[in-house]
Design a protein. Sequence first.
Length: 480
Amino acid sequence: MSVEYLELSLSGTLIEVAVLAMMRRMEYPEVVRYYRDARVKREILDYCKNRWIAAAGPHAFVRYWANGAPLKLESDSDFERLFQEHKRARPRTIYASVNVYRKLETTDDLEKPENIILTSPIWDIDGTLEHWRDIVEVARVVVDFLEKEGVVKSVFIKWSGEGMHVHINERAFSEEVRRKVHPLNIAYSVVEYVIEKVKPKLRELERKLESGVKIENIIDAKRVFSVPLSLHKRVDLACVCLKPEDVDSFDVSWADPYNPKHSERWREYEEGEADSLALKAFAAIGGYPGWTGTGEKRATVELKAKPEERETAAVAGKLGRFQVMALLQAARYYVLTGDLEKAKSFGLNRAIFYAWAKHYGKGYQPRYPFRRPVAPVKTKIVETLGEKTPVSERGWFAMGGVEQRPEDFDRQVASRVSAVVPYDEAWKAAVEYVKSFPRNVLTDPQKFFKKVYEPVRDEFVERVVKGKKGKTKTLLDFFG
């Protein structure tokens, strides 16, 4: 469905949390303060008990204390120790092992299969933040299958920041079953089995998806996953938990780190609820292949964009609509004003605006404002190329009280364009393409969207960049 132009009032500076999460990044002191919150610490400590921990910073991934012992978080003092002992790593994201261990004192404890007392079956679902609804749809397929297998009370889902993890509480398998089948064999087999069983349903769903989503079995002896209420490594979102009955109402605003909507019911389980599934899966799969060193064959399902978009998406080299919109809006502003720096600000601002408008439309109001750790910049509403836009006192376009600066454009747009095609080449092609339209089209936001952006949004590289070189298209082809 095409995105229709929506003239939204932004004077209240209410905006979807996901957009702001992409726009800004918490300073490290804010990260430390976040983890000192009593609820955050309690949730993390409860989940991490007897698990091997990993902490990730901008350029480091640590799994051991300075004395060589496995990293673990079991008390408030462990939290303080983590941020003191590894302060050079600037920990931001906390992960915990799929395994629950009997003891964790030395590295030898990590190598003993008999030291593993529980293992969590976890399905890893990855996608893009802008298409988070597609991720939810895939998670729902897994949750529905588990329900049919009689596993309900012990299931919970984590929104990890740019994906979802579907869990079965490791205590849903009775001690009797765990004596028969090693916990790691149970977890691996259950995840593998379910993915294989839901493949047909996922292929049906694929026709409705707007983006690529991947679900896979990444269970292994030393695997870690994000813990409840951890911050994501790239975006300012928290890892929040929800129960199966919450899936239909979930939206990404729940992951606002300053006001997370997080269910503490991830602790719930019914012992023995998943026994039947475990035995069935183990009989079909045969357990974790890593024990024998024979190599690991893992179930993975990669879902592409809906069929009518697949060919163009492949041509575009995975250049997303967000980047195409930002690039063309920047070119539009530059052609009309000649100001390159403000053009970048305008381009990113409009891309964010349309990303929000697409999903929520006119009249949408988030449940609560995004609460910032710092005061939003002051803005005034000005008329810009036929659109009402907030502008900061420094002259940059803004959204939700956050400025879109030229360096933000370079980071969020130019760098991603460069991964597909040389940015200078794409920029020059965008400017020439925009110049080919009359001024009355460029100054009218609705006409610009329909006549300039929409025809090439999925074929920008092929129709604009390559067409600029004369390899495939001429200008007449855009309207033929």
